[in-house]
Design a binder for this molecule. Structure first.
Ligand code: UDP
Ligand code: MG
Length: 330
């Protein structure tokens, strides 16, 4: 069998996940074996600084269904997923987190839906276990806020845990943008979509690899990729404030003409000044977010850099060729 004949590609992004990989591999393997069709598991090592790479390399050596893409540095979760998709060859592609928060067993339900003809089957989080209140609340608010300001219908409480058809994966490759919010892009593509509910488990081991800083970057990418409304908000705020100041200006002139008291006015001036400076800075910040992203796009750099690929067809082919060559030499 050629590697390119696989039916399912499972993509697992990894960032310092040495504590969970073996268990994740075991559970994934069980599920995929039970389905009984050819599959591959693609681990993408997103610049881990722990033993992640060594562990995955070992697994690759002992199991020909497993492959590794090793990034030259940390490029981020969304690009790790993208690299996995670019290098996958299954008819259906499944993206799953490494930490077993997305239970691998749900893949069976996803495959059932896929066989019914759905081209995107996303996992819908009915409940989130073992996450901080802060994470739960911000996530809930974020998904609702995002939905209210975007024109694309992005399903609520849905992460990257999903199955997509080969057609969707190929279409996704046509979207070259850098600051990727993959689940939004998939919604934008359309296709026949449905969800399967699941309970998001506690992390199997280790800590979240999404500190607040990464969460903010992720949220900003999502918003700026799918909405121009923040730029318009700046305009609206500008208009409202100009109107208010005009009214105040009229009041001041009337006061000056009709009363003799010179208004001391220092406090009000200071307040107004501070307020306007705040508004101007926020507006500039919003514009900056967009301009920064435009700049990123114009540089046209590749999305990610791969240091090494293990277990892929070309590598296996080279190895086989070398062995044949060695035998001949003997
Ligand atoms: N991840 C990654 N690169 C990063 C951060 C995270 O590949 O820079 C991976 C991580 O290893 C995991 C998945 O993305 O497989 C989700 O991360 P995590 O579970 O830490 O996020 P949370 O579930 O806490 O939102
Ligand atoms: Mg997690």
């Amino acid at each position: 069998m050629k590697i390119s004949d696989v039916t399912y590609s499972v993509i697992v992004p990894l960032y310092n996940e040495e504590l969970v990989i073996r268990e994740t591999y075991k559970r994934l393997k069980n599920v995929m074996e039970s389905i009984g069709e050819p599959y591959e598991i693609i681990f993408v090592n997103d610049g881990s600084t722990d033993n992640t790479k060594t562990i995955v390399t070992d697994i690759c050596r002992s199991d020909s269904n497993v492959r590794l893409i090793d990034f030259s540095r940390n490029f981020g979760h969304q690009l790790a997923i993208t690299a996995g998709m670019d290098n996958s060859c299954g008819q259906a592609i499944i993206v799953i987190d490494a930490d077993l928060q997305d239970p691998p067993e749900v893949i069976q339900d996803m495959i059932r839906k896929w066989k019914e003809g759905y081209e995107v089957v996303y996992g819908k989080r009915l409940k989130r276990k073992g996450e901080t209140v802060f994470k739960k609340v911000t996530a809930k608010l974020f998904y609702r806020f995002l939905n209210s300001i975007t024109d694309v219908d992005i399903p609520l409480d849905v992460g990257d845990f999903r199955l997509i058809d080969r057609k969707v994966c190929d279409a996704l490759k046509l979207l070259p943008e850098r600051n990727r919010y993959v689940r939004g892009l998939i919604s934008w593509l359309g296709f026949k979509q449905t969800g399967v509910g699941f309970v998001r488990e506690e992390r199997f081991a280790g800590e979240t690899k999404y500190p607040l800083k990464k969460m903010i970057k992720f949220a900003m990418d999502a918003i700026t990729s799918f909405s121009h409304r923040p730029l318009k908000i700046a305009t609206y705020v500008g208009i409202i404030i100009s109107l208010l100041s005009f009214i105040y200006l009229v009041i001041v002139i009337i006061q000056k003409l009709t009363t003799n008291t010179t208004v001391p006015g220092w406090a009000s001036l200071t307040v107004i000044n501070l307020f306007f400076n705040g508004v101007i800075l926020i507006t500039l910040g919003i514009i900056g977010e967009y301009i920064g992203r435009i700049y990123d796009e114009t540089k046209g750099r590749p999305l990610y850099i791969i240091r090494e690929k293990i277990g892929f067809e070309d590598e296996l082919q080279n190895k086989a060729d070398n062995e044949r060559q060695n035998k001949k030499d003997d």
